[in-house]
Write a protein that binds this ligand. Structure first.
Ligand code: HEM
Ligand code: HEM
Length: 132
């Protein structure tokens, strides 16, 4: 199987994991009326579920034109940085101010992963447009 398709499948699997975590946290917040982790909930769902769903579908759809190296780089940067960023954010929201640099570092690395994705889509769709 093309490695882009394999990464696509793993994006979708991880998206499903983040959806379970995000929705569970939302239910916890609704049940307890403790909205202190609202931003964690929002970004678990948006950078986890929603973004990973998009990345997975794009990797599957354009498996033949995307650079496998950029797909792999983006996947690992995002998968390693996001849990660090979100757990540090949760700690920060609970008053652990020492966690702030890790939120910043995690956010910067997620930003790099997003740049890898954007470059890959532009290069891949460029090849598609020239071939059309
Ligand atoms: C059963 C599922 C869910 C429950 C029970 C739930 C519950 C909540 C609660 C209680 C809040 C806080 C509201 C407040 O502070 O006033 C919230 C905020 C939020 N939720 Fe969810 N949520 C769920 C699913 C989702 C999903 C799937 C997404 C995105 C794909 C999402 C995105 C957001 C966002 C972006 C906010 C922040 C909104 C703001 O700052 O105004 N939620 N959710
Ligand atoms: C590394 C990437 C990102 C960083 C560093 C970031 C940072 C932030 C910050 C600092 C806030 C304000 C939080 C607050 O006032 O409590 C925020 C809010 C928000 N962001 Fe992001 N964001 C990122 C990615 C995204 C993405 C990809 C989406 C949508 C797909 C998104 C959707 C939202 C929404 C809906 C809110 C308002 C909900 C809330 O209060 O938390 N963010 N973000």
């Amino acid at each position: 199987m093309n490695s882009n398709k394999r990464y696509g499948a793993w994006w979708l699997r991880m998206a499903a994991v983040y959806l379970v975590v995000g929705v569970s946290l939302g239910n916890y917040m609704g049940a307890t009326h403790d909205f202190g982790l609202r931003s964690v909930h929002a970004h678990v769902n948006l950078l986890g579920w929603a973004s990973m769903l998009g990345f997975g579908l794009v990797a599957q759809q354009w498996a033949d034109t995307l650079s496998p190296r950029l797909v792999a780089l983006q996947f690992w940067l995002h998968q390693l940085a996001l849990p660090a960023m979100l757990s540090a954010l949760a700690a920060l929201m609970r008053g652990v101010t020492a966690a702030e640099p890790l939120v910043g570092l995690g956010s910067a690395v997620v930003g790099l992963a997003v740049l890898a994705f954007a470059a890959n889509v532009w290069l891949g769709t460029g090849a598609k447009l020239r071939a059309a």
